[in-house]
Every structure is written in C-alpha cells, then in structure tokens.
Design a protein around this ligand. Structure first.
Ligand code: AMP
Ligand code: ZN
Ligand code: ZN
Length: 326
C-alpha cells in the first residue's frame, strides 16, 4: 500500500483498496465493509431469521473463521442462536493444529463448540478409512464431512448449516460444473439449499459475496484465530485450481466480474434444472440417502463390516447432552 493513501470514508490511513467498489478503506471501515456485506447477503437471500438455530462448520481456516466471527457478531441483532462444529478428521498434524485454533476461536467469539472426533467414534481416521476402502482420501473425506455436518445440524434441530465457501470458491465450482454441463449441480451453488424435513438441514453460504482476499484480510486485521496451512492432501494442478487462476486473471482486468456473475446466478437459479435423484431415508441411520443406504453408511459398512451412521448420531447426541446445549 502506498504511503498516504487515505480511507474514502474517514480519511485515516487506508489498508485495503477495493477496486470493484472504488473504495480505499482504513482498518475499521474495512472490517465494517465485510460485516455489512455478510449482513446484506443474509437479508437479501433470506438465509437466517429470528429464533433460528444455526450451526457453523469451522475448519480452522480463514474463511470459516471469518464466517463464525461475523455470524457471532450479528447473532444478537438478527436474533438467532449459533453453534460451532469442528470435525477432527485425524489427518496427522493438520487436524490437531486446526482443532486448537477452533477451540481458541470458540472462546474468542463466545459461542459453544461441538467437536466430532472421527477416530474416537469410528476407531479409524479418515486417511485410514480411505485406505481400507481403496478410495482417494479427499473423496472419503467429503463423504464423512457432509454426513457429520448434516447429522449434527439434525440432532441440534438447527434451521441451517452455515458453510465458509467464499465468492472465489463458488465461481470456480460454477465454471467447473458449466464446463461439464452439470447444470443440476449449478442449481445447488446458490446462497442456500433447501432442508428436507427430518432428513437433511439446508446449507447457507453467507460469504457468497465475500472475496477470498477479503476474508483473509478480515481474519488478519480482526485478529480472529485461524490457521493459514493447507490440507496436505490438496492437489495443485487440478482443473479447479486452473479455473481459479483463469478467473483471477479475468478479475484483474475486469474488477467485480466474479461478484457480478454470482449476483446474476442467484437471480437465475430457478431456471436451472434441479437434480432428478429420488431421495430416501437411509435404512441404517435414518438420514438422507439416494438409495437403501447413505454414502457414509455404505463406506463404513465396507470398511468396518457394519454401517456406522446410527452410532455417529448417538455419539453426537451424547456430546450435545454433555455440553448442556439446548
Ligand atoms: P472444503 O470442503 O474443505 O473446501 O471446506 C468447505 C467448508 O466446509 C468450510 O468453509 C467449512 O465451513 C467446512 N469445513 C471444512 N472442513 C471442516 C472441518 N474439518 N470441520 C468442520 N467444518 C469443516
Ligand atoms: Zn475509515
Ligand atoms: Zn446412513
């Protein structure tokens, strides 16, 4: 930042230049800018309402830490209850370090935290589980995370599950699905997805209009606890990664282009085809499935000889009781 660049609002020293909004902001006005953006997205897209119970899935990374911190700030004004969820996947070093950050985050923002430890409940970590079923770690990890997030939200009778996806992530997913012409998948990439009574809690993405660099600057300037490390299983050079690079260069030439796409997408979502999959109830655990068993019960049955969904739900209920959450 050049010496002497001043905040467009108050004239103090600017710490951020927001090109697409033609703003230069000082620390205080930058933090307010991001918080307002989240609040406006919540109102614009009707993400949460008074009396709601919201579970925010926190990974320890910058995005979900930004999200949890802002959702905690807005909870009084907007009248909802907030719970944090961390899933300890048992990835050596990485999972423990993130867990510590999330414990610190929960204390800093003053909201209760539920930790689900995969090794504790299954007897296997996610990498061990993936090895047993001979599938890539990231695909098994996705199944385990989605299952536990939904199960916790269901057991807490939450109205919404908040995820930390930022604007850059979402634009890249949309473009990737567009290249594959998976238009039904695009219909799931809006600011919210619907709940299915008793089976699945809808997801909300309050960082829908927040750029990745804004969320990074937010945690840094607000001193919100987070871990900058990336998961050791992340692969560079994938299609998604290349798409992100491409989009960054477009954004450089046309500031605001990502934001514009997502705004227009949110308006047009209704006209995208919906997934035609028939939904049912998992025979083993009672949560959402697309066949007899949900993906989590299938994988755990294959690895351990029995489906583990019901046991995970029991473990979560016990945790909720122990923590005295209502
Ligand atoms: P990812 O799938 O890793 O890109 O993460 C997407 C979102 O999932 C994050 O923004 C968090 O909201 C949530 N998430 C990812 N990992 C975890 C975790 N270990 N525990 C709880 N939530 C997580
Ligand atoms: Zn200012
Ligand atoms: Zn199941």
């Amino acid at each position: 930042m050049h010496q002497g660049v001043k905040c467009s609002i108050c004239g103090e020293k600017a710490v951020a230049i927001i090109r697409y909004a033609r703003l230069r902001l000082c620390k205080r006005h930058f933090l307010e800018f991001v918080e307002r953006k989240v609040e406006r997205a919540i109102r614009r897209y009707g993400l949460v309402g008074r009396g709601d119970r919201v579970v925010v899935a926190v990974s320890g990374g910058k995005d979900s830490s930004t999200l949890a911190s802002i959702l905690a700030k807005l909870s009084g004004k907007l009248g909802y209850k907030l719970y944090l969820l961390y899933i300890d996947l048992g990835i050596p070093v990485y999972s423990k370090a993130n867990r510590e950050k999330v414990v610190e985050l929960s204390k800093t923002i003053g909201k209760p935290l539920i930790v689900v430890d995969v090794k504790e409940v299954l007897g296997l970590t996610v990498p061990e589980l993936a090895f047993k079923v001979r599938r890539p770690v990231c695909s098994v990890c996705g199944v385990v995370k989605r299952y536990i997030m939904n199960a916790v939200a269901v057991e807490l009778k939450a109205s919404a599950l908040a995820m930390g996806h930022n604007l850059d992530d979402l634009v890249a997913y949309v473009l990737k699905e567009f290249f594959n012409q998976n238009l039904e998948q695009i219909s799931k990439l809006g600011p919210r997805t619907g709940s299915v009574e008793g089976l699945a809690v809808g997801r909300i993405r309050p960082l829908y209009e927040v750029y990745e660099r804004e969320s990074l600057l937010y945690v840094l300037l607000s001193r919100t606890p987070f871990l900058p490390d990336e998961c050791p299983h992340v692969r560079r050079g994938t299609m998604e990664f290349k798409i992100k690079e491409l989009l960054d260069s477009l954004e450089e030439s046309f500031p605001g282009i990502k934001f514009g796409l997502m705004r227009r997408l949110a308006k047009n979502l209704e006209s995208y085809p919906k997934p035609s999959q028939k939904l049912s109830r998992c025979k083993a655990c009672g949560l959402i499935a697309s066949g007899e068993l949900c993906s989590f019960c299938k994988i755990t049955k294959q690895a351990l000889g029995e489906p583990m969904g019901a046991r995970v739900r029991e473990y979560i209920r016990r945790k909720i009781l122990e923590l005295g959450l209502d």
